[in-house]
Design a protein around this ligand. Structure first.
Ligand code: FAD
Length: 427
């Protein structure tokens, strides 16, 4: 059995939703496009899973956060896809791909052929087993990548309200889940190997602010170490985590956020890979001209960083790479090079930060850390190339984004530091 489409989007996450909207805006015929997704729901804004979805009161639930609501666009519900003649093949994993035959084979044994393929398979959560720790399939150990994981986490949290949790990992997922656990009245211990939280992005000074804030909410940090094993009860439930130095941390539940790996396996030895992702050019086109890659799975040249190839794991890049790929497919002559300003953000408790650009070079902190309105700039070769801001206004966030995009010249570091946010606002 088999079906044929002009356009196939493989994966049904954030990038798929934004690509579908772009296809519809640029005009496709009914029956030309299909999306194949392992998940059983239409594309949704994945960041909601660690934020609104985990709230104890009035949590966000589908259909409220289907794409493309996160960028102030339409909400694409099942009805929308139907009305636009876009086939959603849900709950279906693609098992293999043949780039020469231009076919995909699904878990049901169906062959789907395409003229143009957009790979939007995103990434999967790394498992503790990949670091030599066994037992992460216990019923009170949670990961968080998709809706099923989020539902499981909600159930486990409800079971242990008033209890204790250990969060493994001090990155995005760890920090956002720790905040959600506290909000759900669960006492948290965070364990991670780095010297401070969000080590890939935060400076020690920025991290201090967030760690102090988390501690004021009752979170305990155990830094510079890793989990080596679990202790379980007779039913297999984890009752404690054991750390490298033998420390035993009793717990009711565990949340693991130790990084992700891009889902490239279907295309290994078929497409060029780089930096852990599928390498694309400035039109999001892979080494095979009929195949594009977008979102977390794509490694693309960032013009702003001298066209260095980067794989970004953030929602803004998923949305924009998806739209750019569709533009390049549908209007090749009027689509220029993808010129992206890397942008990350997070919201925890009542805090909210944004970051633009790259965090290399000399760093300058500014603002008032005690009042929660502060930031940092990164300067390389006399130009501002990165900016972080906590507690900013819309105007201030726009100003730092623009300053980084323009790579504003920094003549006097002392004056630059003194001006702080004013430097960006003055343009
Ligand atoms: P995904 O959204 O992961 O979608 C990939 C899709 O492909 C999934 O539906 C998957 O099931 C499907 N798939 C994979 N392989 C197959 C296959 N073989 N067959 C069929 N289907 C397949 N970013 C931020 O910038 N800010 C945030 O605050 C933020 N919060 C986040 C919170 C959470 C809990 C998570 C998990 C991520 C968060 N992110 C955040 C990251 C952001 O969600 C991702 O960058 C974004 O989802 C990437 O979009 P994507 O479409 O590339 O991949």
């Amino acid at each position: 059995m088999g079906r044929a489409f002009v356009y196939v989007i493989l994966g049904g996450g954030v990038a798929a939703g934004y690509a579908a909207l772009e296809f519809s805006k640029r005009g496709i015929h009914h029956g030309e496009l299909c999306i194949i997704s392992e998940e059983s729901v239409a594309p949704y804004e994945r960041p909601a899973l660690s934020k609104g979805y985990l709230l104890p009161e009035a949590p966000a639930r589908l259909p409220s956060f289907h794409t493309c609501i996160g960028a102030g666009e339409k909400r694409l519900t099942l009805k929308w896809y139907k009305e636009h003649g876009i086939e959603l093949i849900l709950g279906t994993k693609v098992k293999s791909a043949d780039v020469n035959r231009k076919t995909l084979i699904t878990s049901n044994g169906e062959t789907i052929s395409y003229k143009i393929l957009i790979v939007a398979t995103g990434a999967r959560a790394l498992k503790l087993e990949e670091f030599g720790v066994r037992g992460s399939d216990a019923e009170n150990v949670c990961y968080l990548r998709n809706l099923n994981d989020a539902n499981r986490l909600v159930d486990v949290m409800k079971t242990f309200t008033g209890g204790n949790a250990v969060v493994i990992g001090g990155g995005y997922i760890g920090m956002e889940c720790a905040a959600a656990l506290v909000t759900n009245r669960i006492k948290v211990t965070m364990v991670f190997p780095e010297a401070h939280c969000m080590a890939r992005l935060f400076t020690p000074k920025i991290a201090d602010f967030y760690e102090d804030y988390y501690e004021s909410k009752g979170v305990n940090f155990i830094k510079g170490t890793v989990l080596t094993s679990f202790e379980n009860d007779s039913e297999g439930k984890v009752t404690a985590v054991i750390l490298r130095d033998g420390t035993r941390v009793p717990t009711d539940m565990v949340v693991v956020g130790i990084g992700i790996r891009a889902n490239t396996s279907l295309f290994e030895n078929q497409l060029t890979l780089e930096k852990g992702g599928i390498k694309v050019n400035t039109r999001m086109q892979t080494s095979n001209t009929s195949i594009y890659a977008v979102g977390d799975v794509a490694s693309f040249p960032v013009k702003l960083f001298s066209s260095d190839i980067r794989r970004l794991e953030h929602v803004d890049s998923a949305r924009k790479t998806a739209r750019h790929a569709v533009s390049a497919i549908m209007n090749p002559n009027s689509t220029g090079d993808f010129d992206y300003l890397p942008f990350f953000y997070s919201r925890v408790f009542t805090l909210s930060w944004q970051f633009y650009g790259d965090n290399v070079g000399d760093v300058v902190h500014y603002g008032d850390f005690s009042s929660g309105r502060f930031g940092a700039y990164w300067v390389n070769k006399g130009r501002m190339i990165g900016a972080f801001l906590e507690g900013g206004t819309k105007e201030e966030y726009e100003a730092i984004a623009k300053a980084v995009k323009l790579k504003m010249t920094v003549k006097d570091m002392g004056e630059f530091e003194r001006q702080g946010i004013e430097f960006a606002l003055k343009g």
